[in-house]
Design a protein. Structure first.
Length: 182
């Protein structure tokens, strides 16, 4: 696997993360005994790629900036055990953003959310994509995929069955059979 002209195939995940690849997980697994801010600070510490000393104030400013961008600033001091499902998904994205990614792999960030919550998360992903972050969205909510994507790849049983612009892929007979049962 080549990323930014470097073979990263055998690199462990933490090194890939430091090279600029982040992912959010379908099932959020925060440190439940910690606050939102503390969870994000762990991610910020993990993302440090130099020996440069960063002050506590700088780290806190960075953390609050990320939480603000993702609509979680008011939840900074709240235990993650008290977050709603959409807030947990936003926190997953915040932890990924703490690593300053060039590439974000969003793994079903909208699964199980209401339509208004899907719109919230989708708007956040679109905002992030506008900040020079490439996003690979793994998602089954087709309205979100169609609204977000410039290019779509559909798989069936682990094999690619179509690649192209969203409208073209949705018009593909094989895709319709695999995903819509028609």
């Amino acid at each position: 696997m080549i990323f930014s002209d470097e073979d990263i195939t055998r690199l462990p995940p933490h090194i890939r993360t430091r090279r600029g690849i982040a992912r959010s997980f379908q099932i959020p697994r925060p440190f439940k005994s910690m606050t939102v801010a503390e969870n994000l600070m762990v991610a910020l510490d993990f993302a440090v790629v130099t020996d440069e000393v960063v002050s506590s104030a700088q780290r806190r400013d960075t953390m609050m900036s990320i939480l603000t961008r993702l609509g979680l600033a008011s939840k900074a001091d709240v235990s993650t055990a008290k977050l709603s499902q959409v807030e947990l998904r936003k926190m997953e994205l915040a932890r990924a953003m703490a690593t300053h990614p060039k590439l974000l792999i969003s793994d079903e960030a909208m699964a199980g959310l209401s339509s208004s919550e899907v719109d919230e998360v989708l708007d956040l992903l679109m905002s992030l994509a506008g900040q020079d972050i490439t996003i690979i969205m793994i998602e089954h909510i087709m309205q979100a995929v169609m609204r977000f994507s410039e290019r779509v790849m559909c798989l069936e049983a682990g094999r690619i069955i179509a690649i192209g612009k969203p409208a073209e892929v949705m018009a593909n007979q094989r895709v319709q059979e695999a995903y819509l049962g028609t």
